[in-house]
Design a protein around this ligand. Sequence first.
Ligand code: ADP
Length: 219
Amino acid sequence: MKNTQFAVIGLGRFGMSLINELSRMGYDVLAIDNDEEKVQDAAETATHAVQADAMDEQALKSVGIRNFDVVVVAIGENIQTNILSTIILKEMGVKTVVAKARNALHGKVLEKIGADLVIYPERDMAVKLARSLVSRNILEHIELSPDYSIIELITPKDFIGKSLVDLGVRQKMGVTILAIRHSDEIIVAPRASQIIHPGDVLVALGKNADLQRLGEMES
Ligand code: ADP
């Protein structure tokens, strides 16, 4: 098992997905819910699963919640429980409390009461989806790691007639062009002086955020 110890309170869809992924990555996770059935389900994947009320300080103390590096309050529906649990955890001295917010106002309250990280899963997912829907210029996407990918991209309009070095593709945009498809020809590892032509397709390697920016340019 890896070193960081996680606890997740609230075993709804979000909490369970989080537990599944952390367990898959080899981390220790304690799952907490006041619903016995949820606890039983979680026991199959989490390292430990206990039934406890997120607002019961004594119960949280008895599972040693203070010793966990990161505690995630994944209760979504009941805002009051979510807020009270966050306060209790911070007052008990939990180092890092991550709290799930339902809306901006809820998020503001969580920040004010000391949540170390406030997350908005639904909003963030929608933003991600919107981005991928508008990045129509990306023809292929191969994820190399959570941070890096290779994409196949229709040449942005502003690139046409310019060389890779003029555009500063690597220096300014942080992206490496691995190959260019030019009509039927494939130019492998193009030189910096290579000029981009209309209809070219670029094969680019880089950080997801940098590639995303390329994908959002007009073609
Ligand atoms: P999602 O939207 O991710 O499915 P929900 O808000 O529906 O999340 O799920 C919240 C979970 O939190 C439920 O499993 C519920 O039993 C649990 N829960 C609600 N109140 C408490 C509480 N006071 N203590 C512990 N767990 C709670």
